[in-house]
Ligand binder design. Sequence first.
Ligand code: ADP
Length: 778
Amino acid sequence: MGPSKSKGRRFPLLPLRGLLVYPSMVLHLDVGREKSVKALEKAMVEDNLILLCSQSEVNIEEPTQEDIFRIGTVANVRQMLKLPNGTIRVLVEGMERAEIIEYTDQEEYYEVIARELPEADNNDPEVSALMRTVLSQFENYINLSKKVTPETLAAVSDIDEPGRLADVITSHLSLKIKDKQEILETIDVRKRLEKLLDILNNEREVLELERKINQRVKKQMEKTQKEYYLREQMKAIQKELGDKEGRAGEVEELRSQLQEMELPEVVHEKIEKEIDRLEKMPASSAEGGVIRNYVDWLLALPWTYTTEDDLDINKAEQVLDEDHYGLEKPKERVLEYLAVQKLVKKMKGPILCLVGPPGVGKTSLARSIARSLERKFVRISLGGVRDEAEIRGHRRTYVGAMPGRIIQGMKTAGSLNPVFLLDEIDKMASDFRGDPSAALLEVLDPEQNNTFSDHFIEIPFDLSQVMFVTTANALHNIPRPLLDRMEVLYIPGYTELEKLQIATRYLLPKQKKEHGLQPEQLELDEEALLKVIREYTRESGVRNLEQQIAALCRKAAKSIVTNESESIAIHADDIKDYLGIPKFRYGMAELEDQVGTVTGLAWTEVGGETLTIEVTVVPGTGKLTLTGKLGDVMKESAQAAFSYTRSKATELGIDPDFHEKLDVHIHIPEGAIPKDGPSAGITIATALISSLTKRHVARDVAMTGEITLRGRVLPIGGLKEKSLAAHRAGYKKILLPKDNERDLRDIPDSVKNDVEFVPVSHMDQVLEHALVEQAGVH
Ligand code: ADP
């Protein structure tokens, strides 16, 4: 122990709670316990000295000897102040360590005999080194703990007594009383410094750990707090904007909708992610709208739903017959197609392409296919589509982006395996915005279309179970690679008799039903229908016919309602009253034989048409002019006809120099562009020769054929359509190239009965049949 061997002296004892006083410390103490107050009073009346010893436990009100540490500090009581609450505040100054030897009184207050333990000087260099280490560790401690001010460090650095240094530093540390007591009890200064160093090291480690934990906790706190804060702010903004529910209701609804749906995993996950994003958007934000739109699309598409196919061929046949008159070939082919599907159990193989003029039932045939298979039906028109994005959609970053028409169609269909009609595939165009036909090729390609990618939808969509059917008016505008994928079924157009059948059996009953008429309420006899077909329509199909019949039904319905009559019968003579004056003249296009005017036949996108060609010659210098919309297309034919005429001039009784003295004007009135330009060759030549010779052309003759410079007649296309057109217009004789003779077997008998077909191989024969000696005499 300490060097002093003092025997000790008597001190009043003040037990301290949760507090420890080192020598050289000056501090205030509030004293309240009665015994303590008495001890203080005792000290004051004697030499102001009192022994301060800490209690081992804070909350013991009446400590016994065992509860009080044996070593404490003798202190000088400097001031005493009675506080209003009865406690006494004293200012004490620690003097020296002391050790209790024995208690002499415990009744009134604690009185002990204690021995003072004065500090020994210690100047050994090891102690100085220790002091320095302790100081620097203390500095670290201050930096870490922030509980001790840097000024304290300055004050502490000035202390040069090692023992005091240890005491003062310890007093600044937040340690347990037990640890502080240990420093107090370590009388040997070097040991005390070492112990303190230990404590400091330990504290530093703890502090560092604490700091790390704090940082982590703080970061987490900051994040959740930030989010919380932002969410609250968002709510406030939404509220401010008058949006009561915000996104919450919407998002919840979408989530529950999602839960109920059976979706491929990728789709499910994507939707979930998008809903999460949506949740964070303020209700009125534009981007929120975009996300919502996207989610709606994903939710609306039939990702997994398929309908069950009915592959009963007999039933299919029945359905097709129920819906359409005639069309034997296409129907037969459709049934074959279905039979193959039934065998291979897969919708692969060529895509049907229905080709024909408007109104011949291409669309409704496709619809029937769907009905017979019990599949859903959807139709999109490709007419005028010139942008790849119309097929494949726009990326979502685009303002107002939408999926392409294919995906839109699939949404409408609502199943993965509809019959999907791509209408007017020949009317697609391509320009700088990309080639829609390339995108379409992917749609139709069975190797790729199970993962069709739409720019908007992003997730690949399976089109492999779709049955695609396409329609076109003409083949020549369909891009080759597309055409290669398709199997073409021609629907050429109807004869008058066929139209009559279609009208009686299909169109009329259908229109009556649509107009709410009972079958017996409207009667339209055959003659009346024929009149409508002949004088109110001129077409290959039956679309206008259907419209006219619809008009009749409307008028009939009206007069039944207003006149309160039971039913109405319309005869041929009444048609005028219902549909107005006839739009077309039935019978011969020309009522009289004419000079220089000849009827040709053209094959156009909308079927066959008659085409009047007029030639006039006037004195001039041999100019050849072509006018009318078709001028350019016919130029070559006109040149050929002109050259032929020159070479035959003498034979035909024409002035051989006519090409120098006369101007020739060929006029071809407007009309649809023929698919086979040169087929007007013999028509132009006939008109020219008629005009030069002033011989009349038989009014009931129509003709078609290409001409060579030497007058040979070359074959043409579309004979059936052309014949139907000529028949429609009432011509009695058709001149056709001999090489087309075999096409005559396709011509319906009803036409053959009315019209004489004359195959010709040379221009001489044409003139023979077309020109008459005298007008009106045949
Ligand atoms: P397209 O698609 O070839 O232009 P649509 O399919 O629109 O022609 O046909 C026009 C109308 O004519 C439809 O109401 C259709 O039902 C009817 N139609 C056409 N051909 C027939 C037919 N052979 N039998 C019965 N109705 C027909």
